[in-house]
Design a protein around this ligand. Structure first.
Ligand code: SF4
Ligand code: SF4
Length: 463
């Protein structure tokens, strides 16, 4: 470890702690909002009867199950496997993401479901996703040196696959059932009451789908205001974490501001811009539809808003460079809209995310700054004094690349140095390093980047 005693204030543990608190706030908001909400059915006299558990209680138990399993597996592997580090906060964040990306809420206008939408049936699937995600996609994937896919997203897709109602060819999570048909986005969409194939009744469908089930199924055409209230303020179906788009936006932006140097917010911005542009294009392609309705759905459906802020920005599985992050966000947005429009998979952002994750190793090479011998001193965050320096694995935040005064890529140089790849070190211009230490200063994982790059420079000079 470097002898440098001063570092930027951010550490991996702090980053995880802030993310955990942000997710916890969203979980509490959803639990409170949904506490007295129940799915309903009708008795022989046509009176409404509550079924299943309260939505809020279901989300609370899901959170406890997912966080408990994730933290438990992390601790267990730390005890039994010598090379498995203890990452309690990271495991807890993963658990909350699993719970909050699980769909809860059985709409009054019900269609068939892939995974159970209510407790207690939902609990086993949340547990399954947590186990698969922790063991296969966090721990085993981590052994490979870097994670390629978002663990929570990949685990959910795998479990959906095992349930058998989901295939890559027909990934519809909203199927025709009981005479009801989910309106397609591949056509003009409007607000009117469903008729015929329902193509015009998207707004009507959204009210039936996202309204509190205790409210009577609408028989009249909803207004733009009705749809806005549902999608933006309070939904009662969809990913638990996205119940209130407004809450996600406020909490998400607060987290971005707090950890701006370390969170890849450009992905979120690029995602929303591309989703909006795709919505405009589709509205133009299918004339006669309502643009605001399409925009509202694509931007604010629970899976879209929650994923954009809390999953798409996962540092480990996304590109290092600004340009790479922007392309990643655009690809994610375009794919999400296409999947939702043409495959009928309304939580399509999760599939789009896993597909885009595989492009990260290639996008890492796009937009890398050209190394220069000329020195430019970056504006660095305030230094903090640390009595003990705890190191962690690289989280791929890319901060070291942005502060190098010679525009080098310290983490990429370190990886090449660890592999003794001299040819790559030459290409990366490791010999431009002047040992300023800015890279080690900002690294939240406290990796001795300066030491590695200087050793790499010595290695090149010996050749
Ligand atoms: S120590 Fe070297 S690699 Fe690190 S920021 Fe300074 S010049 Fe760049
Ligand atoms: S080595 Fe670079 S990319 Fe990795 S955690 Fe440190 S600053 Fe972030």
């Amino acid at each position: 470890m470097s002898k440098v005693k001063e570092y930027s204030w951010m550490t991996k543990d702090k980053l995880m702690a802030y993310t955990f608190v942000a997710l916890l706030i969203l979980a509490v908001i959803t639990i409170v909002m949904w506490w007295n909400v129940y799915a309903i059915t009708y008795d022989a006299n046509g009176a409404t009867v509550q079924i299943g558990m309260s939505y809020g209680l279901t989300v609370l138990i899901n959170c406890l199950i997912a966080v408990g399993i994730a933290v438990g597996i992390d601790a267990l592997l730390y005890k039994v496997a010598s090379d498995s580090p203890l990452n309690t906060l990271s495991a807890a964040v993963f658990g909350l993401i699993v719970a909050l990306s699980y769909t809860i809420g059985e709409p009054a206008m019900r269609v068939s479901e892939v995974l159970p939408l209510l407790g207690p049936e939902a609990f086993i699937y949340v547990a399954l996703i947590s186990v698969v995600g922790m063991v296969v996609f966090k721990k085993v994937q981590g052994i490979k040196g870097r994670k390629y896919v978002n663990p929570a997203a990949a685990a959910k897709l795998v479990v959906l696959g095992f349930v058998g109602l989901f295939t890559i060819l027909i990934p519809a999570d909203h199927l025709v059932a009981g005479g009801l048909q989910v309106p397609s986005l591949a056509g003009p969409i409007g607000y009117d009451v469903i008729a015929g194939n329902g193509a015009a009744g998207f707004g009507f469908y959204l009210v039936g789908c996202f309204a509190n089930p205790a409210t009577p199924v609408p028989t009249t055409t909803p207004t733009q205001g009705d749809i806005f209230n549902l999608l933006f303020l309070s939904k009662f179906h969809s990913w638990a974490g996205g119940a209130s788009s407004l809450a996600v936006i406020i909490v998400g932006i607060a987290l971005f501001v707090l950890a701006r140097r370390y969170i890849k917010w450009r992905i979120t911005v690029a995602y929303f811009v591309s989703v909006a542009i795709m919505s405009v294009i589709l509205n133009y392609a299918y004339p006669g539809g309502d643009l605001l309705l399409r925009l509202g759905f694509e931007l604010f459906v629970g899976s879209s808003i929650f994923l954009a802020f809390f999953m798409a920005t996962d540092p480990a599985t996304t590109p290092l460079t600004y340009m790479g992050q922007t392309i990643f966000g655009v690809g994610l947005g375009v794919l999400t809209v296409l999947i939702q429009t043409y495959m009928g998979f309304f939580g399509g952002s999760i599939l789009a995310l896993v597909i885009m994750n595989f492009t990260s190793p290639f996008l890492d090479r796009v937009g890398k700054l050209k190394p220069t011998t000329e020195k430019k001193t970056p504006k660095l965050p305030k230094a903090k004094q640390f009595i003990e320096v705890k190191t962690y694995d690289c989280i791929r935040c890319g901060a070291c690349m942005r502060v190098c005064c010679h525009k080098l890529s310290p983490i990429v140089i370190k990886e090449a140095f660890d592999k003794m790849d001299v040819e790559k070190l030459v290409k990366l211009n490791a010999d431009y390093c002047d040992g300023c230490g800015h890279c080690s200063f900002v690294c939240p994982s406290r990796i001795d980047l300066k030491g590695s790059v200087l050793r790499a420079k010595a290695m090149i000079r010996k050749q």
